[in-house]
Design a protein around this ligand. Structure first.
Ligand code: IYR
Length: 226
């Protein structure tokens, strides 16, 4: 393998996958049509999912690019019913307060077409909960803190990869964002350099599920070409 030296570090030759134009067009179109079938599903079945699938999904997410390749994420996987029960109870407590008092009328109106409320059965029902934590800093051997870079961007990208990998496996998820969500830090006993970022229940969709009828932005709405 061909290598070169950059600042005293080894760089190795890389051969990106390449396709002829026609194949490239077909592949990009197929990928769009495949990912456009993904929907957020709140009715998740309790049917077991092989743990290996969850492991592969997380390894896919963990290939995301990150600031200075610090990989500032930890994916906590919960299958234990007692822990799920604690998470659901704490999440619903926050959500009850949010829906009743913290969210604006405008916000509640915006959620009406989606039909969400403060009851979150999927937290206990889904075979797996993936709780994504961002790692704000790392500690060196002497215990000194070193901030990570572009943490939200990096963990956001990794979460996107995660959602795409879940779709690829034929499973469903939703991005649950209880707010505030510091309770996850305590229940999962995470270190002080981690902050909860997203909670994703993962599993099969129930046999018969309904999702809001929605339209996605057209190319003209989503993009500007200069
Ligand atoms: N975090 C709450 C409320 C909520 C907010 C938005 I913006 C959504 O798109 C959906 C829900 C919840 O999870 O119910």
């Amino acid at each position: 393998m061909k290598t070169k030296n950059v600042n005293g570090y080894l760089h190795e030759e890389y051969h990106p996958d390449r396709y002829e134009e026609a194949e490239m067009i077909q592949r990009s179109k197929d990928h769009y049509q495949w990912i456009d079938r993904r929907r957020t599903v709140r009715e998740i079945s309790d049917r077991p999912v092989p743990k290996e699938v969850i492991e592969n999904i997380i390894m896919s997410a963990s290939t995301a690019p990150s600031g200075a390749h610090k990989q500032p994420w930890t994916f906590c996987v919960v299958s234990n019913d007692v822990i799920k029960g604690k998470i659901r109870a704490a999440a619903e407590e926050e959500e009850r307060e949010s829906y009743a008092n913290r969210m604006s009328d405008r916000w509640l109106d915006d959620l009406k077409p989606i039909g969400t409320d403060d009851v979150k059965p999927f937290i206990e029902k889904a075979p797996y909960l993936i709780v994504v934590f961002k790692r704000v800093f790392e500690r060196d051997e002497e215990g000194k803190k070193h901030n990570n870079y572009y943490v939200n961007e990096s963990v956001g990208i990794a979460s996107g990869f995660l959602i795409s990998a879940i779709h690829n496996a034929g499973l469903v998820t939703l991005t649950h964002t209880p707010s505030p969500m510091n309770f996850l830090q305590n229940i999962l006993d995470r270190p002080d350099n981690e902050r909860p970022f997203l909670l994703l229940p993962v599993g099969y969709a129930e046999e018969e599920v309904y999702v809001p009828r929605l339209t996605r932005k057209s190319l003209d709405e989503a993009a500007v070409f200069y």
